[in-house]
Write a protein that binds this ligand. Structure first.
Ligand code: 3HC
Length: 691
């Protein structure tokens, strides 16, 4: 775990705990023992701490979290490092995060590799740094910068770290050699300790502005608010008084439901890529992608692939449509340059990999073709027929459909085993979620290729089976309907939106519908009208709104009014909803926010349990990832299935039974929910491999 490399009077201490040198119990013990030994060894004049492999250290071992803490504690190890009578230099490379950053803060000097980065990302796990970070960082870089870094959890690159005073030098060549040379130059000097420094004075306006920003960005999360209190402590009290307060906050947060949920998300994001049945199956190497359809979705998909280094051939039916698509792609890139996300050189390089075409045969040289044409089965079947004839038998063909039946589409293709769903979310170059839809005949190699593509695109790729709406849209359809049912029972759209926004959703469902356009829901309703079970509860309010031209934000009115883009409650909608509700003859009452939340969440969880029971999603964590990354579910609640476990399945079951009794067969209680609640088990018990 810890290797010592003597070099003259300097000894380099190397942390070696793959894959990311987490400061596990063994690492902490090894570090402590080594520091004790080196500090008392007269042959050693100075010490360098470095990391083996890809990164210095990613900090505290997340797999130990939530369990009884094991000795020695990291803060004590770090205090011992700082107490060393000899100078200590830390050599940061890769990502020096959390405890890895905190080790560095206790050193005499810090040197970083030019491509290294450093940060305190604990807030992303619902935590605060617990090994001195909140007390030492303000002393090193000032309280304003410290608060920004601790509350946002963002990583800073080498240049910014130097500008902020977080590091003393950026290595010009060999990091370790330069760290050893720096340590050598310090031999004989009494080590300067960060914890002994006063917190530098700060501009009160800048401090107030940063505090205000942290509060605004917190949006229900408690950890960022703790950052304010802890940096205040650092300003007001000596290090010795601040550190125990930091430690107490760390343990309080560790026990909080928010941190538990965020740790579940961290693990789920990594677990999702582990698909046992694909073990040993190699994905195909694909570097050239075809995208058909250059509308909002298609052009976003093209940009997502270009951003990830692929060559892209973008096809449209006519020159005019193609030009409009290229304008869209160009527009997205120009915006990225303007916002400073990329520079002009990168923009031109990315665009140089884009080939526009109106010829289907130009797609023959690609390895995978994604269709993102109009969401209509006849249009898609016609296109798939032509693709089948024009492309080699091995070209993977993917659809970006949100709802349509992949089995029917696969029938239109020779070699249906190369057919797969790649369901992107709009804007496709921004949204993290990718649903990979496997049809009955999809080959495992094709599925593995879909996952590998998702990884290269840096998406959270979740495998789903075929059903109407796959995982996300199927849940969405159910809970959105439940929201409309409440409109028939006395609730107003703004009350439902407010309740769900208070729960933590980025936007309420009616505001989201306005953003996406009500015509989408209307078209789907019309498509499903012929097959709708007349016994099923149905709310025709969307039809009424669309008939009145209320298509949402783009029309300036939908469920709300949009005067200069601002969302406003419309008394006309209140009247329309009330009149419709009265016409149903249902009893009218008012709803509390808690009731609204419980009904919506239970509907989501019950449908999630059905999806699991049917094998559409393999694990509860897959559903959690879909809802959090594609549907605005607050990540600090951990997704609906995690939330269900935290709430208690007996309570969810009771609510699900009430919903089923009122709203009919489509809302029947899922067998799996009943079984788990009945046997005292949890959804988490089905995330078998999640640690
Ligand atoms: N503890 C334990 N395991 C960790 C870990 C950690 N801190 N960080 C990463 N890992 C594991 C991952 O689970 C993954 O395991 P797997 O291969 O079995 O799935 C493996 O290391 C590789 O991680 P990634 O797949 O995420 O690799 P990337 O290269 O994409 O990312 C990373 C590397 C940027 C280090 C990213 O893993 C990350 O952000 N890690 C979390 C860092 C963090 O939050 N640190 C703070 C911890 S809290 C703390 O330090 C408390 C202290 O203040 C007392």
């Amino acid at each position: 775990m810890i290797h010592l490399h003597p070099s003259g009077k300097v000894t380099l201490l190397e942390i070696d705990n793959p894959p990311v040198n987490a400061t596990s119990q063994a690492v902490r013990q090894g570090l402590l023992d080594a520091i004790e030994r080196l500090d008392t060894d007269p042959a050693v004049g100075a010490i360098v701490i470095a990391g083996a492999g890809r990164t210095f250290t990613a900090g505290g071992d997340i797999t130990e979290f939530g369990k009884p803490p094991l000795l020695p504690h990291l803060p004590d190890v770090i205090t011992r490092i700082e107490a060393c009578a000899k100078p200590v230099v830390v050599a940061w490379h890769g990502t020096a995060l959390g405890g890895g950053c905190e080790i560095g803060l206790a050193a005499t000097k810090r040197i970083i590799a030019p491509d290294g980065s450093v940060g305190l990302p604990e807030v992303k796990l619902g935590l605060m740094p617990g090994a001195g970070g909140t007390q030492r960082l303000p002393r090193l870089v000032g309280p304003v910068v410290a608060l920004d870094l601790i509350a946002s959890g963002r990583m800073v690159g080498a240049k910014e770290a130097l500008a902020l005073g977080l590091v003393d030098a950026i290595a010009a060549g060999n990091l370790r050699e330069e760290a050893v040379a720096l340590a050598e130059s310090l031999i004989g000097q009494p080590p300067e300790r960060v914890s002994e420094r006063p917190v530098p004075a700060s501009d009160p306006t800048a401090w107030e502005a940063t505090v205000a920003k942290v509060k605004k960005d917190a949006k229900g999360r408690t950890a960022p608010l703790a950052a304010i209190a802890l940096v205040e402590t650092a300003r007001a009290e000596p290090f010795a008084a601040g550190q125990p307060k930091e430690r107490a906050t760390f343990f309080d947060l560790m026990a909080s439901p928010q941190s538990k949920a965020l740790r579940h998300m961290f693990m789920a994001e990594r677990e999702v890529a582990r698909v046992p049945e694909l073990a040993g199956i190699s994905p195909r190497e694909i570097n050239h992608i075809g995208v058909i359809g250059a509308g909002t979705m298609g052009s976003g998909i093209a940009v997502a692939f270009l951003d990830a280094g692929y060559r892209v051939t973008l096809m449209e039916a006519s020159e005019a449509a193609l030009q409009a698509g290229l304008d869209r792609v160009n527009g997205l890139y120009l915006r990225s340059v303007k916002s400073g996300r990329i520079d002009e050189t990168i923009r031109l390089e990315r665009l140089s990999r884009l080939t526009p075409t109106t010829e289907i045969k130009a797609l023959a040289e690609t390895g995978l073709v994604i269709e993102a044409v109009f969401e209509d089965m006849a249009v898609k079947l016609d296109l798939l027929g032509r693709l089948g004839a024009a492309l080699p038998a091995e070209t993977i063909i993917a659809t970006n459909t949100s709802y349509l039946d992949l089995e029917v589409m696969a029938d239109a293709l020779p070699h249906p085993e190369r057919f797969i769903g790649l369901h992107f979310f709009s804007p496709a170059h921004v949204m993290k979620l990718l649903e990979i839809v496997r049809a009955r005949r999809t080959a495992k190699e094709v599925l593995a290729t879909g996952l590998a593509i998702g990884k290269r695109l840096k998406k959270i790729a979740v495998i789903a089976g075929v059903c109407d709406g796959f995982i996300g849209n199927r849940l969405l359809a159910r809970y959105r309907a439940q929201c409309e049912f409440m409109l028939e029972e006395g609730a107003l759209p703004q009350e439902i939106d407010a309740a769900l926004e208070a729960f933590g959703f980025a936007m309420g469902p009616f505001a989201v519908q306005d953003l996406a356009g009500l015509d989408i829901a209307w078209a789907r309703r019309k498509r499903l009208a012929a097959t709708r079970n007349p016994a099923e509860r149905d709310v025709p309010l969307v039809d009424r709104l669309c008939e009145a031209g209320r298509f949402g934000q783009k029309a300036g009115k939908g469920w709300y009014l949009y005067a200069e883009g601002k969302r406003e409650v419309d008394p006309e909608i209140d009247a329309l909803v009330r009149a419709h509700a009265a016409s149903t003859g249902r009893a009218q009452r008012s709803f509390s926010a808690a009731e609204i939340q419980s009904r919506v969440l239970t509907t989501m969880i019950n449908e999630g349990a059905k999806i699991l029971g049917e094998g559409i999603a393999a694990r509860p964590l897959d559903i959690d990832l879909v809802l959090v990354n594609g549907y605005g579910f607050p990540n600090w609640r951990g997704g609906p299935m995690h939330y269900a476990d935290e709430t208690g399945l007996a309570r969810i079951l009771a609510e699900a039974e009430a919903i089923a009794a009122r709203d009919g067969a489509a809302y029947a209680v899922a067998r799996l929910l009943r079984e788990l609640a009945g046997s005292g088990r949890t959804f988490a018990s089905l995330n078998a491999s999640e640690r």
